[in-house]
Design a binder for this molecule. Structure first.
Ligand code: CA
Length: 420
């Protein structure tokens, strides 16, 4: 739906988005959205109650427009998402919620380890929901910036969720882009796939673990997950193997892969009679290689990234007792677990760098401190903390704590919202 007023505002916002927040342009844009909201099933009183007096939050536009200076290497991404802490916590939760997970598996055909792995990657098992009030974030994104049409649909869905009473208005908070709850569903995904598994009449992905676990399994089942099929396997490639033309979707029978010389990571033969699988490498053939089935596509569909799918797949294997990848990533400076990131932050702090809260999230202030230490140590100065920096800092005699430590303020990086 075209709303010319809002498009004009978008151009205005680019010229001076700070001014936007202080004018009546935003309330006018919201008011202009009302007819479309009503046509989309939002009642007039619902719309008024939740948009009255709403102020644009321009930090979400900053997030929308953020361009990382360099892409996070896959080994950093996975080292933080699949670490010992998350594996141990996930195993404890598997035991704690065993009954519900068994019922979920019976109804949707998705095994407990896979469901809990999604939970762990999406919201750190319900500990990182994001802090953006959803109607405010989606309202802002509906009036300023790129993809306004998409975000309007999500805004209307969020208002319908509130209208139906599934979640209390003050509890509807999430990522800057509108994903919320244990499963980090977008509002439209909630409407399609969230389920009331605890039977209290509400689909509550904020405060009901049974609803959240069942909704995750429902999502995967609808995405094609089949319970009698593995997501895939780490494999060994034969020497000199060329992966040219291969990919996740280029599936062949495992017998063909066996003929080509591929074996499981431990050197044993590929399973017989399994589903066709495609070859996936995320850092070339020198790094870990995987044969992945259609079940991997179901994981992929949750966030449309192979790295993301691999994080869930690998975490699920680790929850089942599996080992880290057999083939190391092709780097001489491997990534850090969250515990190691906190250690780096503590070591930086002990050297007088004001890095804010020691939270394992290496944000702008931590990166600036990393750069300073890299320069001092004669390392490549790139702001990335890996094993090389950690080992170097550990090896030094710990300097005395600064006499007057800098005031500790929340790091600008401590925002737990997911980037999408
Ligand atoms: Ca419920």
């Amino acid at each position: 739906m075209t709303l010319p007023t809002c498009l004009t505002i978008a151009a205005f916002a680019l010229a001076g988005s700070t001014a936007f927040a202080q004018t009546d342009e935003f309330p006018r844009c919201l008011a202009d959205l009302k007819p479309a909201a009503l046509a989309a099933g939002v009642r007039s009183d619902t719309f008024e109650r939740h948009t009255q007096g709403l102020v644009a939050d321009l930090t979400v536009i900053d997030k929308l427009n953020f361009q990382p200076e360099f892409q996070t290497p896959i080994w950093d991404y996975l080292a933080g998402l699949v670490d010992v802490e998350r594996v141990e916590q996930g195993r404890a939760l598997l035991a704690q919620h065993a009954d519900v997970l068994a019922q979920v598996q019976q109804r949707y055909g998705v095994d407990p380890a896979t469901v809990v792995a999604v939970w762990g990657v999406e919201s750190n098992f319900g500990q990182s929901f994001g802090q953006y009030p959803l109607v405010q974030a989606l309202g802002t994104l509906s009036c300023i910036g790129r993809r306004q049409g998409y975000f309007r649909g999500e805004l209307f869905a969020a208002l319908r969720i509130l209208q139906a009473g599934h979640i209390a208005p003050e509890r509807l908070v999430g990522s800057w882009a509108g994903a919320f709850g244990h499963t980090q569903f977008m509002p439209s995904t909630f409407e399609r796939l969230a389920v009331d598994f605890d039977g209290d009449g509400r689909r509550d992905l904020m405060d009901s673990v049974p609803d959240a676990l069942a909704s995750t399994a429902h999502f995967l089942a609808k995405a094609g997950w089949q319970g009698d099929r593995a997501w895939g396997w780490e494999v060994q490639l034969p020497a000199g193997f060329s992966a040219a033309g291969q990919g996740r979707k280029n599936r062949q029978p495992l017998s063909a892969w066996a003929t080509a010389g591929l074996r499981l990571a431990d050197g044993s033969p590929l399973p017989a009679g399994a589903e066709p699988a495609g070859l996936m490498t995320l850092a070339g053939t020198a790094g870990p290689a995987f044969l992945v089935t259609r079940n991997f596509d179901a994981l992929y569909s949750y966030n449309a990234a192979e790295s993301y799918g691999l994080a869930i797949a690998h975490l699920s294997d680790r929850l089942r007792g599996g080992r880290p990848f057999s083939t190391p990533w092709p780097t001489d400076d491997a990534g850090l677990s969250r515990a190691e990131r906190r250690e780096v932050q503590a070591l930086l702090s002990a050297r007088g760098h004001g890095i804010g809260e020691i939270d394992g999230v290496l944000g702008d202030r931590s990166k600036a401190a990393v750069r300073a230490e890299q320069a001092r140590l004669g390392h490549e100065v790139n702001g990335r903390a890996g094993q090389r920096l950690l080992q170097a800092l550990r090896a030094e005699a710990v300097p005395a704590a600064p006499a007057a430590s800098e005031p500790v303020t929340p790091s600008s990086s401590s925002d737990p919202a997911r980037p999408s």
